[in-house]
Design a protein around this ligand. Sequence first.
Ligand code: SF4
Length: 396
Amino acid sequence: MSMNDTPSGERVHIAFFGRRNAGKSSLVNAFTGQELAIVSDVKGTTTDPVYKAMELLPLGPVQIIDTPGIDDEGALGELRVKKTRQVLNRTDLAIVVADASQPLQASDRELLGLIRERSIPCLIAWNKADLLQAVPPARDNELWVSARTGLHIHELKEAAARLAGQQEPKRPLVADLLQPGDLVVLVVPIDKAAPKGRLILPQQQTIRDILDAGACAVVCRDEELPQTLAKLAQPPRMVITDSQVFGKVAKMVPREIPLTSFSILMARYKGDLELTVRGARAVETLRTGDKVLLAEGCTHHRQCGDIGTVKLPNWIRKSTGTEPEFVFCSGRDFPDDLSEYKLVVHCGGCMLGQREMKYRQRTAADQGVPITNYGILIAHLNGILARTIEPFPNLA
Ligand code: SF4
């Protein structure tokens, strides 16, 4: 991702599903105008969905996902179908590609059922319409298209942009808590885990949201926080800190100044803050040997340093006096079955879409497994959770 790219978590995720012989990958290529899809002479040779970022006007930045065939068979086929289901959990708009020369097959109907269960907006693209004697007109989110001749591909893109654009608007990260002219102090520790020459995504996004509110951001390291506060003519509207230095920063910031963290803001922005606050309290019930899942939303470009893998486990051990078993997962490999865990601790998930973060939280809640967030748990372990959620109205 270059500095100017929209992060994946902020893109509308449009996924193409369908049986292997429906021409799905060719349609994805026609839709994106580039060779992106799973290409092979042997049908269904990959289990992995293919991702591609593009601009879909007038909607804006989207993430296109080409999935393996839903009708695949055998052991490897089961894995493909499982991955397809995982993709559904991050899909904002589903395009089901069907063969126009045949009625919907059982696997198509099963897929449509999964999509409906998740209330995902959906289009059916009847591909290979060029082979029909008469092409039916579009109706109720169904279009007759041809990847081979380009028939109605433009209309398909327009319909996708229209339907995806009807999603509920995103909640602001922090702007709704600010007034124009407010001043916010951001505390960003620069230690050896900090990436070279840049800020991490949650910090960048918070600064942008503050600017969108017409407010002003002052950024300093934790070492400089006391003199930064002392130099201000009036107290800031709020202090937002990196969770790693929560305890230290809480002592520096006068009690009357609201204090929270980037991670807590992200928990509210992406999912259910109340659920994650409740989840933090479950750390008190941990016993030696209990399994704790530490989940991060990104892999190769992990931006949050060693907080999840090293610091959090140490803080949990120290605070609870127990020796839980820590299990780590990152990127898209969030387990569907969480029943073996006593607690799930998730990062802020800045690289994940809201739909995926909500899905992860719902998966945990449905299985009765408490789920919390790095920043909220750290605030709880430091005894400052109540203070750090005060800025959020309507939170129990
Ligand atoms: S680990 Fe989580 S919060 Fe950190 S950069 Fe990755 S997705 Fe964002």
